[in-house]
Design a protein around this ligand. Structure first.
Ligand code: 1PR
Length: 570
């Protein structure tokens, strides 16, 4: 492979780099990973990427421990191109509020990273947002260009990019002006009432806060322009005025639509996508003998990616029966899907500690790491989260420090830990009928009960816990979870719409994003949940598997009704 077709990537084992490698290979380049700054291979680099996923402290500490400081600074001074992603961008600045012991970054740009305020918006920011490009007066834009018509490394203000972070280089107009005066080109994104640096560039140095390798075609285009050194291009004519300012978005984010694949082995031992009604996945017309088979996981994931799914979730729904370390087929699914689906992938099912038959303990952290290495961006914890939350309350609202939620979020960042909740609605006559938080429901129970709570279940609804969904999500947020995937057993497969009361109830319990799941039967149901609750994303399974609607049709419908959605362009 020609050196010009080679990209060196700094790897400090902080999260999913598989997708970045896949994106680079998809564009016809070869990726070489460098795990130590002393590796002489680094001196050969002509194009370097500094990808940072996860926790700032962990990332920066590893960068220094692995002797990258000097070679990185030398590389930057040599004027060869370098591109930082996410925490890789943050590491260029002075320091971050995320750092418990005030670890310093590379200090190349005089800015500090701080945490988003969560009073009026979900934190982390997870989803698809846009950016405005501001060019420094020193930028040598081609003279025929008007700066309003210029793309920077293919970045286009009309496209959406995938963001996932709690911390950012939050700035005001003064800092912005100073940076422009110092010769920096900036991409600025607004999240709620705060604006932050989403892209920054001067000379050979370029970095983005969002993940281009997870931003569909728009992101691939950016990577391609960076790799081929195409710094300034004019915005394609067809993109002008496509920016409809009156669309409703959520603090800047589009309506995020997730396609979910429940995966399990069928009786023949093949891994299939299945779908139940109230979690029963057996065929109804053959006396429940066969697991419903709706297709192959990788092929379906790719199909939904092409339809414009903003994210794809795989739930390994029988994982509690075996060890995921030997669950190679599921790892294969991720590896293959991440080669063609350039949006975030979540994997759930079996993220917990295991005892192997020979007595060896395999930690949940190890299991999660294996999934990240194979292309997952987030892991979703179901049954184990319930046990962890029960212990948290027994312990006087204290974590043990060793739970999967705490361990995984500490190493890989809170944004990588999703809690999958499988609640069942329980009716009661009065608010004090249970110790759990109760709501007044508009839909009285079979005996006229006007109140209900949502009981947590484990093992795919097979076992019940004493705690409610509200209590579970509160505890998990406190322990370091970054997002809630809110299913509902009563609604699952019913095509009757999301349980809006449940969504509302859980949104009140946390400030991390909540994904509503279970019950989507038509595009109106998606509109309803975005209109009537402050949900952050909505997930559908059966509606897409049965081919009643495509993801694209759901988005078209939302757009027609005034909601901002992302289409895969670039
Ligand atoms: O407990 O950490 O091993 O994780 C197991 C995971 O598998 C959990 O996330 C749990 O929700 C899921 N799961 C377990 N059993 C089932 C089952 O169906 N028998 N599926 C199951 C959960 C719910 C959603 C579904 C939505 C939308 N399925 O994934 O996709 O309800 O469906 P719809 O749009 O068709 O209504 P652990």
């Amino acid at each position: 492979v020609l050196l010009s077709k080679t990209v060196h990537i700094i790897d400090v084992k902080s999260g999913n780099l598989k997708s970045l490698q896949n994106a680079i290979e998809h564009l016809g380049y070869k990726a070489i990973f460098i795990e130590d700054g002393n590796n002489p291979e680094l001196l050969k680099a002509e194009k370097l990427i500094l990808p940072g996923v996860g926790n700032y402290d962990y990332f920066v500490e590893k960068l220094f421990q692995k002797n990258f400081e000097k070679p990185l600074k030398d590389y930057i001074n040599s004027k060869k191109p370098i591109f930082g992603i996410c925490v890789g961008l943050q590491a260029l600045f002075n320091t971050s509020e995320e750092s418990f012991n005030s670890k310093k970054g590379l200090g190349l740009i005089d800015i500090n990273v701080s945490k988003f305020k969560d009073a009026t918006k979900s934190v982390p920011q997870i989803g698809w947002n846009k950016l405005r490009l501001l060019f420094s007066l020193n930028a040598s834009l081609p003279s025929s260009y008007d700066s309003a018509e210029v793309e920077l490394y293919g970045l286009n203000p009309n496209y959406h990019y995938y963001f996932v972070h709690s911390y950012a280089a939050i700035i005001n107009d003064q800092i912005k002006q100073n940076l422009l005066n110092e010769g920096w080109n900036l991409g600025i994104t607004t999240y709620g009432d705060q604006q932050f640096i989403s892209a920054i560039n001067k000379d050979n140095l370029f970095a983005t806060q969002f993940h281009p390798e997870k931003s569909g075609k728009a992101g691939l285009k950016m990577i391609k322009h960076f790799l081929s050194g195409k710094k300034y291009t004019s915005i394609p004519r067809s993109n002008f005025n496509s920016n409809n300012k009156n669309l409703k978005n959520f603090n800047g984010l589009t309506c995020r639509i997730i396609a979910c694949l429940d995966v399990r082995s069928n009786d023949q031992g093949d891994l299939v996508v299945t779908k139940g009604d109230q979690y029963d996945v057996r065929e109804k017309d053959d006396n429940g003998n066969n697991v419903r088979n709706l297709g192959k996981p990788v092929a379906l994931a790719e199909k939904y990616y092409k339809q414009g799914a903003d994210e794809i979730t795989f739930l390994n729904i029988t994982s509690f029966r075996n060890s995921p370390l030997r669950d190679q087929p599921m790892l294969n699914v991720l590896r293959e899907a991440s080669k063609t689906c350039f949006v975030p992938l979540t994997i759930g099912g079996g993220i917990r500690d295991y005892k192997e038959p020979n007595g060896t303990i395999i930690s949940s952290l190890k299991v999660a790491e294996l999934y990240f290495l194979n292309g997952a961006d987030k892991v979703s914890i179901g049954s184990d989260a319930v046990t962890v939350a029960e212990n948290y309350f027994k312990n006087g609202s204290q974590g043990s420090g060793n739970s999967p939620i705490e361990l995984i979020s500490k190493q890989f960042g809170v944004q990588a830990v999703v809690i999958s909740v499988d609640p069942k609605k329980r009716y009661v006559n009065s608010p004090d009928a249970t110790l759990n938080k109760v709501i007044k429901t508009k839909f009285p129970g079979p005996n006229g009960e006007n109140y209900c709570w949502y009981q947590c279940t484990t093992k795919g609804g097979r076992e019940y816990s004493n705690i409610g969904a509200y209590e579970l999500t509160t505890a998990c947020e406190a322990l370091g979870a970054g997002e809630i995937l809110l299913n509902c057993i009563d609604k699952d497969g019913s095509n009757s719409g999301f349980d809006l009361e449940l969504v509302d109830h859980i949104k009140k319990s946390v400030s991390i994003p909540v994904i509503s799941s279970s019950g989507a039967g038509n595009p109106q149901h998606f509109r309803e949940v975005f209109e009537e609750t402050s949900v952050d994303a909505a997930l559908g399974a059966g509606i897409f598997h049965r081919e009643e609607y495509t993801v694209g049709q759901v988005k078209e419908y939302l757009l027609e009704h005034g909601f901002e959605v992302r289409f895969d362009n670039g």
